[in-house]
Design a binder for this molecule. Structure first.
Ligand code: S3P
Length: 178
């Protein structure tokens, strides 16, 4: 852990809720460093997430994700954009929560579908019936996202409006010292 730095700001949320776009802006405004978990995983693996899923399987991806959470949770002063499935492992949420403040970005299924319409980089939404896949995944994870107390609905906000909403929310929270 790096002494003196403020805790991390961790953005959690389903695919297409704006974690990466908002995280970048948030970090810029707060002079913090932004890290995108999927991006780090891809860089280290030397291949795209979709190839990791196809060649090594989802459990392998989840193990890489788990290890990276442990690593990043030991740092401070970061804005962390997580992958949408980080909530599947309760240890991830616990560790990230101990490292700073966690905010869950949410959006309606129609908005998620619109934002991801032409996207081919999400293996869990590949193939036909994207709507069906989004609805099923959202439903299966609903309780996990719901369990995160701080939420911002990004459905009808611009990225900068989301940043402001997150800042407002975080400024109301007591700062953790450990
Ligand atoms: C996933 C979300 C993706 C990526 C992977 C799995 C998920 O990240 O980690 O495709 O399980 O929801 P984004 O939320 O950044 O798209």
């Amino acid at each position: 852990m790096s002494g003196g730095l403020p805790g991390n700001i961790v953005l959690i949320g389903f695919m297409g809720t704006g974690k990466t776009t908002v995280g970048r802006l948030l970090a810029e405004r707060g002079s913090m460093k932004f890290v995108d978990m999927d991006h780090i995983i891809e860089e280290r693996a030397g291949k795209a997430i979709s190839r990791i899923f196809a060649e090594d399987g989802e459990p392998h991806f989840r193990a890489l994700e788990r290890n990276l959470v442990r690593e990043l949770s030991a740092s401070r002063g970061l804005v962390i954009g997580t992958g949408g499935g980080v909530v599947l492992n309760a240890d991830n949420v616990r560790d990230l929560g101990r490292s700073g403040k966690v905010v869950c970005l949410v959006a309606g299924p129609d908005v998620i579908l619109r934002r991801l319409a032409g996207d081919t980089s999400r293996p869990l939404l590949a193939g036909d019936d994207k709507t069906e896949k989004i609805l099923k995944l959202l439903e299966s994870r609903r309780l996990l996202y719901d369990a995160i107390p701080l939420k911002v609905d990004t459905s009808s906000l611009t990225p900068m409006e989301v940043v402001e909403a997150v800042e407002l929310l975080l400024n109301k929270q007591p700062t953790r010292t450990s």
